[in-house]
Design a protein around this ligand. Structure first.
Ligand SMILES: [Ca+2]
Ligand SMILES: [Ca+2]
Length: 470
């Protein structure tokens, strides 16, 4: 099972016990019992591909208008030392003015840049100081949705303040207190700022924020490198100074309540002082999240996992450090193929990740297709032996009916087991390699749990708690 979502199913809630061997943790977890027939591998692949494209197109529309440049295009000094995230917007003016004339105001610099190349100016500022931009006299709010002629929010009790029309965009400078909420509007339609650095979710969906000091999300657009396609990076920022940072995959599905099966809603179960970096997937998800190729649907796919791990190391971790000062305890986590790549990242950078967590990980990748057997992560961990990273692995599934149907040494889920059999085999391999329950290994079986975000949301508190304790 390799998808980030399964198809919809009839559901019935019930209470089950999640048993964490040897850690002594027993917790009740809500789970969804699926009553429909087994979904074949091919259907899951299709669901995953569709899901990726859907998620990308619906959640990153704000970024699509921009150019294809990656991170900052100069003037990074504007963010240096902004370890306190809430204050980073306050450096925007410096970043802008340092790259042009020292006599030109930050506002004029930004407006001229918007007039010269609106998309580029929006993206550059979004990834440097962030929108709205701190300028002389307040914050500069900008929209390219010309039908929304007002900005409304806490600053005006949502009455709506008229924007000034310019060359293909609307703008205004107003003074607003830190933590203010806002949207663009014509008093009929309301739109969260697609370029806003900071946002949260409320009953109406996404809500834009100005320099919040409470838990919120930040985002950066079109972050890529020479080998990885640009994608959005979303960051769950805690209210207090973070001590832990968790690099997570399938970022579209982690926070947004409108994601598949309601998403993981990590904000609801995250311990305090944990920064969670959500890295969006792309249509190349199956390549990026796998350490070796496999044969799926008759074609070879996969094997860009090294490049993806290097992208996190060389691009995303520096981005986080620049804006938040990288917290000292570092981990990585994902589900399905995202779980596989989490274990690969920890293995590729030994000693750099204190924690790696996999929920329903696709541990048999490399041996799924007929007549192919590239080194699975099970075999790789067996070969590399005991390492310093604390590992969490889990699965749902029915807990039985495992077998090695093709006699390649990797157990196969004969029925719809949520990768139970592969994870059970990996657990035994890890124990043989010297990992110890309750010391540096946690293995969870959530009986009957299916392969979807609602299930992962229901038990993600377990790996998050273990990580918080490191
Ligand atoms: Ca096989
Ligand atoms: Ca096999």
């Amino acid at each position: 099972m390799i998808g980030s979502s399964a198809n919809t199913s009839t559901k019935a809630d019930q209470r089950v016990r999640l048993y964490l061997p040897s850690l002594g943790v027993r917790s009740n977890a809500r789970r969804v019992k699926h009553l429909t027939a087994i979904i074949g591998l091919a259907a899951l692949i299709l669901a995953a591909c569709d899901g990726d494209q859907l998620s990308s197109s619906t959640t990153s529309s704000g970024g699509d208008a921009g150019s294809t440049s990656t991170l900052s295009t100069g003037g990074t000094g504007g963010n240096a030392g902004s370890a306190g995230n809430a204050g980073s917007a306050g450096n925007a003016g410096n970043a802008g003015s340092s790259t042009t004339s020292s006599t030109q105001s930050a506002l004029d610099t930004l407006l001229n840049a918007l007039r010269a190349d609106t998309s580029k100016a929006l993206l550059d500022q979004a990834n440097e100081g962030g929108w709205p931009a701190k300028v002389e006299g307040g914050y500069l709010f900008v929209t390219t949705n010309l039908s929304l002629t007002k900005v409304a929010g806490d600053h005006d009790n949502w009455a709506g303040t008229n924007l000034t029309s310019d060359q293909g965009f609307l703008w205004i400078v107003i003074q607003v207190p830190n933590g203010s909420r806002y949207k663009f509007t014509n008093l009929t339609d309301w739109e969260a700022d697609p370029w806003a650095r900071s946002y949260t979710y409320d009953d109406f969906g996404e809500m834009s924020l100005v320099s919040p000091e409470t838990q919120h999300f930040d985002r950066f657009f079109k972050i890529g490198d020479a080998e990885m396609e640009p994608r959005t990076i979303r960051i769950l920022v805690p209210a207090e100074a973070p001590t832990h940072v968790l690099y997570t995959h399938d970022g579209q599905n982690l926070f947004d309540p409108n994601a598949f099966f309601g998403g993981w809603k990590i904000q609801d179960s995250v311990p305090p002082a944990m920064l969670v970096v959500g890295i969006d997937n792309t249509p190349a998800r199956m390549d990026e999240y796998t350490h070796v190729p496999d044969v799926i649907g008759g074609g070879s796919v996969g094997g860009l996992g090294d490049a993806y791990a290097d992208f996190i190391e060389g691009t995303i971790r520096p981005l986080v450090a620049e804006h938040y000062g990288e917290p000292p305890v570092i981990g990585t986590m994902g589900s399905s193929l995202g779980g596989l790549i989490s274990l690969h990242i920890a293995d590729r950078y030994p000693g750099k990740y204190a924690f790696a967590a996999s929920l329903s990980g696709t541990m048999g990748w490399g041996s799924i297709g007929n007549n192919i057997h590239n080194e699975t992560i099970i075999e790789r961990y067996a070969a590399h032996g005991h390492q310093s990273t604390v590992l969490y692995i889990d699965s749902g599934g029915d807990g039985g009916n495992c077998g090695d149907t093709d006699a390649d040494g990797i157990n196969d889920d004969i029925d719809q087991g949520d990768n139970y059999c592969e994870n059970e085999q990996l657990y035994n391999v890890l124990v043989s390699a010297g990992y110890q329950d309750n010391i540096d290994l946690a293995y969870v079986w959530a009986p009957g749990a299916q392969h979807n975000e609602a299930e992962w949301a229901s038990r993600v508190n377990v790996p998050l708690s273990i990580f918080a304790g490191l």
